[in-house]
Ligand binder design. Structure first.
Ligand code: PGA
Ligand code: ZN
Length: 405
């Protein structure tokens, strides 16, 4: 049994150039786990707080003076005890004293140190089988809108959903869709300077429905050319444009019934297979109506609805609100809390999709978590070093299971 010999925290930057926390956990065998935490922009109301009121500087101060002494000398195998200590030292329901990002970085760094001591991948160390029978689909952002792009559509993310047989085929298909969309936008707007949003998707001054048509056509083109499975998906992040009881788009305002009908129509018209946050984050009942209408055709995924919280998932299960849940470690702050939510989802027949944040870090461990959770998807974007790191880790895990040639 090895013990935690040292814990260090320091300031690093995420993909938006914003400050975040990196944690190093060193075991008494001299093995390291080094992990930093990502940050969201369209954060759910029920997430823990990423940082204490004084920001990263305060997180580092509190972490080093109060937290560190309680973590040193702990059993490296005891993830639950380590994570419990993070909660106890913090003492608030929202990690507002130490910061959810401090907790996330430390919690995952312990798991990483343990995997490194064992000499196996984090995925295996967290319980993935040696040869997984299914791989998470690549859930890749191809066009950005909402809070992740200035001047784009209201819907936040236009997604290439690639549930193929191997990671290599999925990544290739999703990247081909991203590229085809860039070409199509350039064809339609030849004098327009093309940019990309926070998650590496294209940004263009086009409406929601036109963007979806372009995505649908690009997926069909790639399917025809490669015979790979890749389908349109959306993350509406609808809470971001829900105000005073209505869904307020640039070109229309819809009440709940109108929004459900609009979204259900889009699912049918464009063969959408992945549908995230189509309604406001408190709309458990509306989610249930939409899931009843389209849930047999696509994954209906709750992100802001659940914020990875077990108690909110239990409500969604009772109401049949969705058939899938998005999983983000720093929405709840520890690996133990995250895996408890995943376990409840699996026990109740819901799929899980493990997800990045719009401000992410150039590390690949999210792919290990998705494989360990037997997830239906790894939502990690497609372009930008912080997204590619996760795709490449998924490729590495896939290649490691192939028979040697
Ligand atoms: P966020 O958005 O990381 O900015 O919260 C991602 C999402 O809504 O899925
Ligand atoms: Zn989302």
């Amino acid at each position: 049994m090895s013990r935690v010999e040292e814990v260090r925290l320091r300031l690093v930057y995420d993909s938006r150039g914003k400050e975040t926390v990196e944690a190093t956990v060193k075991t008494d065998r001299g093995v390291l786990g080094i992990v930093s935490a990502p940050s969201g922009a369209s954060t759910g109301a029920h997430e823990v707080q990423a940082f204490p009121p004084g920001g990263v500087a305060e997180a580092l101060r509190v972490g080093t003076s109060i937290l560190r002494p309680k973590l040193v000398d702990r059993d490296v195998e005891d993830q639950a005890g380590f994570d419990r200590t993070l909660h106890e030292v913090d003492g608030t329901p929202t990690f507002s004293r130490i910061g959810g990002n401090t907790a996330t970085a430390l919690s995952v760094a312990l798991a990483m140190a343990r995997a490194n001591e064992q000499g196996i991948d984090l995925a295996r160390s967290l319980g993935a089988p040696e040869r997984p029978t299914r791989w998470p689909a690549v859930v890749g952002n191809t066009m950005n809108g909402g809070r992740h792009a200035i001047g784009g559509p209201d819907f936040q993310e236009f997604i290439a959903f690639a549930p193929d047989a191997t990671p290599a085929e999925e990544v290739r298909a999703a990247l081909a869709v991203h590229q085809a969309i860039g070409e199509e936008i350039h064809r339609r707007l030849p004098t327009h300077a093309l940019g990309r949003g926070d998650e590496g998707g294209w940004v263009a001054p086009i409406g929601n429905v036109v963007a979806l048509e372009i995505l649908d056509a690009a997926c069909a083109r790639v399917r025809d050319a490669t015979h790979r499975k890749v389908f349109p998906g959306l993350d509406l992040a609808a809470s971001e444009f829900f105000r005073d009881g209505a869904y307020r788009y640039q070109d229309r305002t819809l009440d709940l019934d109108g929004q459900i009908a609009f979204v259900a129509e889009l699912v049918d018209a464009h063969g959408i297979r992945y549908l995230e946050d189509p309604l406001d984050e408190e709309e458990f009942d509306g989610f249930a109506r939409l899931t009843a209408a389209v849930g047999s055709k696509c994954l209906v995924v709750g992100d802001d609805l659940y914020t990875t919280r077990r108690d909110r998932l239990a409500t969604g299960i009772a109401k049949r609100s969705s058939n899938a849940i998005l999983i983000k470690v720093n929405q709840v702050g520890t690996l133990t809390d995250t895996l408890a939510t995943v376990a409840l989802a699996r026990a109740s027949g819901l799929e899980t999709v493990v997800s990045h944040r719009s401000g992410d870090v150039p590390e690949g461990w999210l792919a290990d978590l998705a494989v360990a959770c037997g997830s239906a998807g790894l939502k990690c974007g497609l372009l930008g070093g912080e997204r590619v790191a996760k795709l490449n880790e998924l490729l590495r895990l896939g290649a490691a299971t192939e028979a040697p040639r």
